[in-house]
Design a binder for this molecule. Sequence first.
Ligand code: NDP
Length: 320
Amino acid sequence: MQAIVVTQTGGPEVLTTQDVVAPVAGPGELVVETAAVGVNFIEIYQRSGVYAMELPHIPGAEAAGTVVAVGDSVHGFSVGDRVATAAAHGTYAAQFVVDAAQAVHVPEGIDLEVAGALPLQGCTAHYLAFSAAQPQAGEWALVHAGAGGVGQLLIQLLVAHGVRVIATASTDEKRELCLAAGAEHALPYEDFAERVREITDGEGAAVAYDGVGRDTFDGSLAALRVRGDLVLFGGASGQVPPFDLQRLNSGGSLRISRPTLTHFMLTPEERAWRYNELFDAVNAGTLRVRVGAKFAIADAADAHRALAGRETTGKVILVP
Ligand code: NDP
């Protein structure tokens, strides 16, 4: 089968198509024929060497498709089932293998492209909104990169919960998308902390969700109210350098967390809670999954260029 294989770290050009042996289902595993692959920023960090990976490797953790083989000791899945996952290995491929415990059935009414677009960014937005911090109805939350994959979903989940959202984004078109998702204000990055203070009558936001990292970190701290939470969940602009904890004291007894999805999907119950709420909201029409760009799997390098180059909005997917 054809797959994208990374044999050395580097730029998008290291994403090359190769013929590889098709996967087999070991005990507890499923083999899935790929219908749609979710592209995520973490694959850029892995490809470029920011996060260490064994080489060679097939990128990708998120996808949806149809089960073509079921390993021993698997219960609840059969050949032909439509499934999705946020936690497979090597989904940039015609077929991938996934631990059955990390796969979910795709409900009726949800097509496989949406199902491939939702799991990783959807579960991330869900744990950010309800677990990593818990902004309450009527409180203000700041969401950076609000037109992005996580950003669009996070704004919608927060607003549905009654939280008031101020988003940032780099262009007018992206800021329109933030407003369309339910943000009350959509700001450019310039002087955003001062603008947040003005909007919140001097108080500051209860929570700042920051996946941009290096370029926004200081402003995110400055935008918080006393005892506010900074949830640093990524570094699209680069990683945040070492930090003096005393700044949390002088900033107003602030808290910072640096969460990652795996630690918020620990039990079957936790995974089911997040997936069920997301799929139910999509089926009810209260959560829109915006697929902003679609590439062939063989053109994964172009997908990475577009995502890293800030050209995309919503979700980027790959299709066979
Ligand atoms: P996005 O679709 O949000 O794309 C990244 C966006 O970041 C860009 O579109 C851009 O929006 C903004 N950005 C700001 N500065 C830069 C820069 N210098 N270079 C590139 N982009 C920049 O990506 P994802 O939704 O996939 O991921 C968003 C963040 O969430 C990433 O940091 C990712 O690592 C993180 N993440 C973390 C997880 C976790 O559990 N910790 C899980 C999943 C994702 P604009 O042009 O509007 O500024």
